[in-house]
Design a protein around this ligand. Sequence first.
Ligand SMILES: *Cc1c(COP(=O)(O)O)cnc(C)c1O
Length: 385
Amino acid sequence: MITPFESPIFVTRPVFPDLADYTAQLTEIWDSKQLTNNGLQHKRLEGELAEYLAATHLKLFSNGTLALLLGLKALGLKGEVITTPFTFPATVQCLDWNQLTPVFCDIDPVTLNIDADKIESLISEQTSAILAVHVFGNPCEVEKIQKIADKHHLRVIYDGAHVFGTEVMGKPIHHYGDMTMYSFHATKLFNTVEGGALAFKEDHLAQKLDLLKNFGLLDAEQVVLSGLNAKMNELQAAMGREVLKVVDVEREKRHELKKIYEAHLNAIPGLRIVTSLEGAASSYQYFVIEVDQDQYGRTRDELFDALADYNVFPRKYFYPLCSDFSWYSRLESAQPENLPVARKSVQQVLSMPFYGELSREAVEKICGILKELHVEKKEVLNYRK
Ligand SMILES: *Cc1c(COP(=O)(O)O)cnc(C)c1O
């Protein structure tokens, strides 16, 4: 047996900028005497990110969830929103907080994104939007989704938590749809410790979002709508400005690790790489595999448990399905028989350790372990005798 790692290997590790550079930013903040409320760091990061991502409009928020929640609010959606069950809980919880009813659509077996061919049959009189997720950085079928939306006069919102800096057909990914949310949580490729943003095209949404994230305060004495507090503070913004300087290096390191994973895993039966896209099309947010029990000889859960003995701790993103949350149990679209592909994939996915500071040797060793844990058909047969 391959010897276990000495210390635990987790799925990710946050990108830290140079400490001295961050401290220099802190000194500026201390001198400015301003900690939040659209300060200098905030203004700079908003501008720098809009430029880096090539966004017409970009607004910062204290986290991605509040960005999405208030983005949906700004669009004034009503009734039902067609979405995916295979996502992080935040996506659908943002619908709940807007009194919107999710209508769960099954997913594509290859990309694990919402299956665009199954959206139209779920549209009703109550449908106001499609909320899709670019899962693990695999872009959705953006043009097909837009066609359906145009035909039925629906809004399209993307949860883009996994697609920082990703392009589709030569355009930044937020070019598609009415609005794209980015998460800058510590575990995301680009982080501001906690943070998020919305990218959008319509001018009138800019002021509305500024109001929504600051209690609806037009000025010190006028409250013009019911908002929330979702402002990014100066320490977060400064962190983002420093991380932005190293994000391309992080991406490149992950690109190298991905090549090692791919070279080894393609030779192991029963392991499919979900995040196989290359170049500008890949966000390098996660490295995700699907375990085919028949060919690999173990279920995903058996593999997950076995890896712990080697001190390797992947994550079962996204398990469980959002449609299985107790408060959706009465929804027709949440019934298991309506989501066969999602049900199968949710039992097979595994996000493997993937971050710039992970060494090449560590990835090679993890691949060796995956190979060692693969159970040959023969063995299974002998064992069963
Ligand atoms: C991380 C994540 C979120 C939540 O973002 P926060 O910034 O942590 O609020 C939403 N959706 C998906 C798919 C995510 O991975």
